[in-house]
Design a protein around this ligand. Structure first.
Ligand code: B12
Length: 225
């Protein structure tokens, strides 16, 4: 019988649960190097959507919970989030971006919304699926979003909102986009503000939604012919 041999099989792939633990500890300590190393290791062993969701997103949610319980300072939360943004940048460089273009999309947050890590992930993974994406970050003036969507020839616009207070802004942006770019434009909404009420996206006049990365990608797939 063969015994497991490190040299033959290579190092044991990191489990996502372990990657999450190491990643969370690293971002809370401000240890960017470890955060990058752990996510790159995890990305070699698991689908990239799982690394985004089960490591980076899960850690951000835990950071938010600790901040809400007053266990960590605002400074620590900001430091952790800044590292997660940096990590997304490093993972992006490993994403296989296909040559073919499935469709053109703009991904953005609304005026007043400051959370942008979720929409950043959606934008990156849409590119990896073959969409030509313009990612605008957040806090965008709505006329500028409409203009970029027009210039880019967008077939779809993805709008992200975390805070319920920004839902009126989402409804207004949907109206502005449809008025200028016509009823053909497809609109996908998502973000934490939509998680509590299942049909809210429909009420606001969107064509699709997704509660997480897999659902977001699926929502955009349904727009393709
Ligand atoms: C980092 C952070 C911030 C940072 C954001 C920086 C940045 N560059 O993004 C800063 C410091 C700016 C911030 C500010 C605030 N925050 Co904050 N923040 C967070 C934290 C810790 C992480 C957010 C994050 O990165 N999540 C991870 C991403 C990946 O998840 P996600 O956004 O939900 O995205 C996923 C899906 O929703 C979906 N999705 C997202 N966008 C889209 C778009 C489309 C088209 C689709 C289809 C899908 C989709 O896919 C994503 C991937 O699965 C959360 C905790 C949490 N639970 O999320 C609190 C949290 C969201 N914040 C909160 C609060 C209260 C605030 C403040 C009011 C605090 C304050 N007093 O100032 C302000 C509000 C600012 C504003 N006007 O927007 C609360 C919100 C509570 C609530 N009522 O809903 C949370 C939940 C913390 C908590 N536990 O209490 N925050």
């Amino acid at each position: 019988m063969k015994t497991p041999d490190h040299r033959e099989s290579g190092p044991v792939p990191i489990r996502l649960e372990r990657a999450f633990e190491l990643y969370l500890a690293a971002i809370l300590e401000g240890d960017r190097r470890t955060a990058v190393r752990v996510t790159e290791q995890a990305a070699r062993a698991h689908p990239i959507t799982s690394v985004y969701r089960q490591v980076v997103e899960a850690a951000q949610v835990e950071v938010g919970a600790r901040w809400a319980r007053n266990e960590i300072s605002i400074a620590r939360e900001h430091m952790a989030t800044a590292i997660s943004q940096y990590v997304l940048g490093t993972l992006y460089s490993h994403l296989p971006i296909p040559d073919r273009t499935l469709g053109r999309a703009v991904i953005t947050g609304v005026e007043g919304e400051r959370h942008q890590l979720g929409s950043h992930m959606v934008a990156d993974l849409l590119e990896a699926e073959g969409w030509s994406v313009r990612f605008l970050g957040t806090q965008m003036p709505h006329p500028d979003i409409v203009e970029v969507a027009r210039e880019h020839g967008a077939k779809a616009v993805g709008i992200s909102a975390t805070m319920m207070a920004n839902l009126d802004g989402v409804a207004g942006l949907i109206r502005d986009l449809r008025e200028t770019l016509g009823p053909e434009l497809r609109i996908v909404v998502g973000g934490r503000a939509f998680h509590a009420e299942a049909e809210l996206w429909r009420t606001l006049g969107a064509d699709a939604t997704g509660r997480n990365l897999d659902e977001a990608l699926e929502a955009f797939r349904t727009l393709l012919p």
